[in-house]
Write a protein that binds this ligand. Structure first.
Ligand code: SAH
Ligand code: SF4
Length: 367
């Protein structure tokens, strides 16, 4: 089928593409076809969301991790990383800064720790944030796999959204990216647990992993639909030299351009397939091009997660190398962002939680 016909078909209603059709869109090579793909996705974003961007102030609360994902710079066995954990009061202060500056919502992310003291720590942090944020301040957690009870406690303490990427929906590829005791099945079960607790649930994958095929990425997009995700947070894979997967890879300009293009195509096809979900233009896009996040918005994304972690800690939270904004302070990051977004005709929804439309439309249908 030609590209224009497929785009028309996708625009008509959500999930109106087969696996082969998703694959066909991801495989588009001609410049004019790719531009048409981005335009169509942007139109759907305009239809559901308008020319608006929601912000999540991102706090990287700590880089201590019990896991050993082969791609990640803060994996447990990377001894060259200086480990840190922000204190409760540091985190609450950064959250307060985001609230006072009308970010509307927050994302707390860290290495994965499964223990009672970590559970309690976040419970306490969430309760403290709730004292000023009340229900007007969105809180997304990205703290990895946890027991159902832990998810429940954090929800009760004030979190509304949870982001847990499955990294890839392909079991063989997942096995190649992780040690044996890391389980895709558990990760998927965690997504169901999160849904059962009433979170707006986000998931996603890494894009352009060594050995990953476009057919696998097409299946990933179908997986997002099948699990009925409310939010998508995905981004290009970027090598880190102190990891098993990244140690021999070079981020050449050609490689960077390929990863960026594939990342943008995934955003566009996700928007075309899922329509009303929140999709983040992630920092990894910005690592590949200084205007990578803006390009992500024009390909259909509607969320940006500016890093508001104290700059002193950012260098120790490098999941991949080339992380942007290491030497910026939060105030200057914000100014730059506002200007860049105005240039592309997008406006920040200051002070709004920016919840997933899909989540609430789904709830309405259930009633
Ligand atoms: N520990 C939590 C959250 C922090 S990691 C978790 O794993 O869920 C957040 C995300 O960073 C991961 O889900 C992974 O998709 C991404 N990531 C890790 N290493 C990366 C790399 N080298 N390139 C791109 N993304 C990476
Ligand atoms: Fe830890 Fe998350 Fe990195 Fe895996 S991706 S090593 S769980 S921080």
């Amino acid at each position: 089928m030609n590209a224009a016909k497929l785009l028309d078909q996708a625009e008509k209603k959500p999930r109106n593409l087969s696996h082969d059709e998703i694959l066909e869109l991801l495989s588009l090579e001609k410049q004019e076809d790719i531009q048409a793909l981005f335009r169509a996705a942007y139109q759907i974003k305009l239809h559901w969301i308008g020319p608006f961007v929601s912000l999540r102030g991102l706090i990287e609360t700590g880089n201590v991790c019990e896991k050993n994902c082969y791609y990640c710079g803060i994996r447990k066995d990377n001894n060259s990383v200086e480990r840190y954990q922000l204190t409760e009061s540091q985190i609450v202060q950064m959250a307060r800064w985001a609230f006072d500056n009308h970010y509307g919502s927050l994302a707390l992310q860290s290495g994965e720790l499964e223990n009672e003291s970590n559970t309690k720590r976040f419970e306490s942090i969430l309760r403290q944030i709730h004292t000023f944020g009340k229900d007007d301040f969105g809180i997304t957690l990205s703290l990895g796999e946890q027991h159902l009870e832990v998810y429940r406690r954090w929800k009760e303490a004030g979190a509304h959204r949870y982001l847990l990427r499955i990294e890839t929906s392909d079991p063989d590829l997942y096995r190649n990216l992780h040690p044996e005791d890391h389980s895709l099945e558990r990760r998927i079960n965690c997504l169901y647990d999160l849904k059962s607790c009433g979170y707006q649930v986000g998931t996603g994958v890494m894009i352009g992993l060594p050995g990953q095929t476009l057919a696998q990425l097409a299946s990933d997009i179908q997986f997002f639909g099948d699990i009925d995700a409310d939010m998508i947070g995905m981004g290009p894979f970027l090598p880190h030299h102190q990891t098993p997967l990244g140690k021999t890879l070079q981020l050449t300009p050609e490689y960077a351009a390929r990863q960026l293009l594939l990342g943008l195509k995934m955003i566009a096809v996700c928007r075309l397939y899922l329509h009303d979900v929140n999709i983040a233009a992630t920092t990894a896009l910005q690592a590949l091009a200084s205007d990578g996040r803006e390009q992500g918005l024009l390909a259909g994304a509607n969320v940006i997660m500016p890093n508001i972690t104290d700059t002193a800690y950012r260098k120790n939270y490098q999941l991949y190398e080339n992380k942007p904004g290491l030497d910026e302070n939060s105030e200057s990051t914000r100014q730059k962002l506002v200007e860049n977004l105005a240039d592309i005709g997008e406006e920040i929804l200051w002070g709004k939680r920016g919840d997933s439309k899909h989540f609430f439309l789904k709830k309405e249908k259930e009633m």
